[in-house]
Design a binder for this molecule. Structure first.
Ligand code: KG4
Ligand code: ZN
Length: 334
């Protein structure tokens, strides 16, 4: 089965074609970063309008670059949530309409399922069961993945997601948008031994996270230091987030006995996180998997892949398309 995947849940327009026998045949990504940068964050209405402008040309470009005709596509998958409702509706409307025009089935995919399974596009792919640390702009979750569609949530952030903490902290330090990569870049020049921030919720048992207090610590420290040592503060912040994630992964691995760890979501593109996770998993003899950095952040390939699995499993949806700005992953198991 050959599936066109469409991702428009936030500020990236992503499209891809996945073939269940031949693998990923192509993908295209258009980022709206420049559009939102001057506002310091994503402006939902501008995001929707830009998806309207870019999505169909991007699909045409994908078909041209892959040399695939629309008649050779057997299914369409689009992100149906969670995300910005206007942005989601663009992908859902275009995806559903193409499927109707081409007389092929369509399916709305859960954005987090896309992230969860993105590492399966790599070689070697993780085999089931595995533990996923999903660290994106909207979510920080530890999920036990027993099989496709069998996900159980072990812990999650009670407030800010890890990516959100990166973004808000970057904004406080005047680093602009997108904050995560900017803060990570600055942290590279920082001395790790100058400041130390707490590792939130690691003293209590359990697998939940809380990152909202860290930005206040950063702000207080920055003001106390008369707005000096920005890079050292960024480094201490990054280390605090990474250490916390590692402590909770260690705990989750101990609790579940799982032998494979998958890191997914935008923060998974963080280089220091990747290095530290590699050391940690090596120490405890657990195999570590990631999607390539471009598939850690939002993309069409993960949606094409997750959609192909569901369509092959006989799932498809009627013409009334849907989009959910909020959508718990556990309501999406089969
Ligand atoms: O998965 P994603 O593209 O979108 C959501 O589904 O939320 O994740 C975006 C998040 C943003 O918060 C961004 O700042 C963060 O991932 N991010 C990073 C890095 N690259 C992206 N955070 C830290 N270091 C990075 N290199
Ligand atoms: Zn995402």
């Amino acid at each position: 089965m050959r599936v066109l995947g469409i991702e428009t849940s936030c500020d990236e327009t992503g499209v891809a074609i996945y073939d269940s026998e031949q693998g990923l045949l192509g993908h295209e990504l258009y980022s709206q970063v420049d559009l939102h940068a001057k506002y310091g964050g994503v402006v939902p209405e501008l995001a929707s309008r830009d998806h309207v402008r870019k999505l169909i040309p991007l699909i045409k470009q994908l078909l041209t670059n892959t040399n695939i005709k629309s008649s050779e596509i057997n299914g369409v998958a689009y992100t149906a949530g969670p995300g910005l409702i206007g942005a989601l509706l663009v992908g859902a409307a275009v995806g559903r309409s193409l499927a109707w025009g081409w007389q092929i089935p369509a399916i709305g995919v859960h954005h987090l399922e896309g992230h969860l399974l993105a590492a399966m596009l790599e070689s070697p792919a993780p085999s089931f069961p595995f533990l996923t640390l999903l660290v994106s702009g909207g979510h920080t979750q530890l999920i036990q993945v027993t099989n496709i569609g069998k996900y159980s949530l072990l812990g999650e952030s009670l407030d800010d997601a890890a990516g959100e903490a990166f973004d808000k902290t970057a904004k406080l330090l005047g680093l602009g948008y997108p904050g995560g990569p900017a803060l990570a870049k600055l942290a590279e020049q920082g001395n790790p031994d100058i400041f130390h921030f707490p590792r939130p919720m690691t003293k209590q048992p359990g697998l939940n996270f809380s990152f909202s207090g860290l930005k206040t610590q950063v702000l207080t420290t920055w003001h106390k230091n008369e707005k000096q040592n920005k890079a050292d503060i960024a480094r201490a912040f990054e280390d605090a987030v990474i250490d916390t994630l590692i402590i909770k992964c260690r705990r989750a691995i101990k609790q579940t006995g799982l032998e494979r760890l998958v890191i997914a979501g935008g923060v998974g593109a963080n280089q220091r996180l990747r290095e530290r996770m590699a050391q940690f998993t090596k120490q405890i003899g657990v195999a570590l998997f990631y999607p390539r950095p471009i598939f850690c952040t939002d993309n069409g390939a993960m949606i094409a892949y997750a959609g192909a699995l569901r369509l092959e499993n006989g799932q498809a949806e009627p013409l009334e398309f849907f989009a959910h700005p909020r959508w718990p992953l556990e309501n999406n198991c089969y």
